[in-house]
Design a protein around this ligand. Structure first.
Ligand code: LLP
Length: 390
C-alpha cells in the first residue's frame, strides 16, 4: 500500500493525519457490489464507521444506501447525495427532533427498538399526517463471539425488542395507525470473524419469520445488519473482505418469502482497510525493560486500542526499504502523547530500530477511527489526506 514516493510525500505533510487509499476503497466497493448484486441484496453503508464527505460520495457512487444512527448522520447522507428512500434510521434512543427530521425527509425505514419508540413515531407521524415505514429490531439472542463492548444481540444488551415481548407488541401495533410494519431488523455485533456466527443468525431469523407467517403478518424485507469483520493482523493479505462467502451464506440459509428483499448494513468491512493513521515519532525513551516510541498521534486520533484493547498493525514506514536488510529489530511500546496510561497503540511491538522523525503507519484505521476521534487535551482535530489528492 505504501511505496517510497508516497512515504516521501508523507514527510512533507504535518502529522498526525488519516490517509485514505481511494484505490483500496474502490476495489472493496467493486467486489462488494459484484457479490451482493448476484442475489439482489441491498447494502446500506453504516455511516457510523466513517462519515468523511469524500469517502461517502464514493460509497454512494457504487449504489449503496445509508444506515444512519442520528439526525446528523441522516443530514450528512443527504448532503452526500444518498437518496432519502435509500436511508434507514436505527438507534436505541432516537430523539423527537431526529424522528421529525427523518419524517420530513421521507426516509425509507425506521429500525425501531421498543414499543415506546413506536408510540412516539406514531404520534409524531400523525401530527404530520404521514405514515412512517418501520422495521422491528429484534434481539435474536445470538452470541456474536466478539468484544463485549461491540456485542449487541444478547438479551443482556440494551438493543432491540426481546423475543418474548413480540406477542404484546404485535397486538399494540394494530392500534398505531401512522406506522406501517415493512421489515424485521437484526444486528448481533461487530468485527465478527467466524461466518458460523451469521449461520446461527440466519437460523434464528427463519424461526422468527415463521412466527410472523403463522400470524399472517406480511414482511417485505429482512435487514440482517452488519458486523462482517476484517483482518487487523495481516491487512495486506486480506485487504478485500471475503464478501463472496458472506453473501452466499445468507443466500443459502435464509428462507425468504416470495418478493422478500434482504438488506445489509455494513460499515467496517467497507472502510477499515482503506484508512491508515499516519504519525511521526516524537521521542524514543528507554525504560527499564522496554523502549517507548512516543508518537504525535494518540488515543485522541484512534481510541480503539485504548477502549477495546484492539490490535492494529503498526509499521515504521521510514524503515520499510531496509526491512529485508540487516536493520536490527527491537521491541517498543508504541504510545501516544496523551496523559493517560491507556494511550498505547501496541505493547512490545517488534520494529526495525526506530528514531525520532520516523513515519509510523497504524493500519486498518478507516473504520471507527476518524469518527471516534476527540479533542481531549485540547488537541487539534485530526485531518484527512486522500491518495488521489497528494
Ligand atoms: N447496524 C447496526 C445496527 C449497528 O449497530 C452497527 C454497528 C452496524 C450496522 C455496522 O456494523 P459493522 O458492519 O461496522 O460491524 N466502535 C466499535 C464498533 C461499534 C459498532 C457499532 N454498531 C469499534 O471500533 O470496533
Amino acid at each position: 500500500m505504501f511505496n517510497q514516493e508516497i512515504i516521501n510525500k508523507f514527510n512533507a505533510i504535518p502529522s498526525p493525519f488519516y490517509y485514505y487509499d481511494i484505490g483500496v476503497l474502490k476495489q472493496t466497493l467493486q467486489k462488494l457490489k459484484e457479490e451482493s448484486d448476484k442475489y439482489g441484496f441491498v447494502v446500506h453503508y453504516a455511516l457510523k464507521a466513517n462519515a468523511n464527505d469524500k469517502n461517502l460520495s464514493i460509497i454512494k457512487s457504487y449504489g449503496l444506501g445509508a444506515d444512519c444512527v442520528s439526525g446528523n448522520e441522516i443530514k450528512k447522507a443527504i448532503e452526500c447525495n444518498f437518496k432519502p428512500e435509500h436511508i434507514v434510521f436505527a438507534g436505541v434512543g432516537k430523539s423527537d427532533a431526529e424522528i421529525n427530521y427523518a419524517l420530513d425527509n421521507n426516509i425509507f425505514c425506521f429500525n425501531c427498538e421498543s414499543l415506546q419508540e413506536l408510540e412516539v413515531i406514531n404520534k409524531l407521524a400523525f401530527k404530520k399526517d404521514k405514515i412512517a415505514s418501520i422495521a422491528l429490531r429484534i434481539n435474536p439472542n445470538v452470541n456474536a463471539n466478539t468484544h463485549k463492548y461491540i456485542t449487541t444481540g444478547l438479551e443482556e444488551n440494551k438493543f432491540g425488542i426481546n423475543l418474548w415481548e413480540l406477542g404484546t407488541l404485535i397486538i399494540a401495533l394494530k392500534d398505531l395507525e401512522n406506522v406501517k410494519l415493512i421489515g424485521l431488523h437484526f444486528h448481533i455485533g461487530s468485527q465478527i470473524m467466524d461466518l458460523n456466527t451469521f449461520k446461527s443468525l440466519c437460523l434464528r431469523v427463519n424461526e422468527i419469520q415463521n412466527w410472523f407467517s403463522i400470524r399472517k403478518i406480511d414482511i417485505q424485507h429482512i435487514n440482517v445488519g452488519g458486523g462482517l469483520g476484517v483482518n487487523y493482523h495481516e491487512p495486506d493479505a486480506y485487504l478485500i473482505p471475503d464478501f463472496a462467502s458472506y453473501f452466499k451464506l445468507f443466500k443459502d440459509l435464509l428462507e425468504l418469502r416470495p418478493q422478500q428483499i434482504v438488506h445489509f448494513e455494513l460499515g467496517r468491512a467497507i472502510t477499515a482497510h482503506c484508512g491508515t493513521l499516519i504519525s511521526k515519532v516524537l521521542y524514543i525513551k528507554n525504560g527499564v525493560n522496554i523502549n517507548f516510541a512516543i508518537l504525535d498521534a494518540g488515543m485522541t486520533e484512534l481510541i480503539r486500542p485504548a477502549l477495546y484493547q484492539a490490535h492494529h498493525k503498526i509499521e515504521n514506514l521510514s524503515k520499510i526499504q531496509n526491512s529485508t536488510s540487516q536493520t536490527s529489530i527491537k521491541k517498543y511500546d508504541v504510545v501516544g502523547p496523551i496523559c493517560e496510561s491507556s494511550d498505547c497503540f501496541g505493547k512490545s511491538v517488534s520494529l526495525p530500530e526506530t528514531l525520532r522523525g520516523d513515519i509510523m503507519a497504524i493500519r486498518t484505521s478507516g473504520a471507527y477511527g476518524e469518527v471516534m476521534s476527540s479533542a481531549y487535551n485540547l488537541r487539534d482535530r485530526v485531518k484527512a489526506v486522500y491518495s488521489d489528492e497528494i
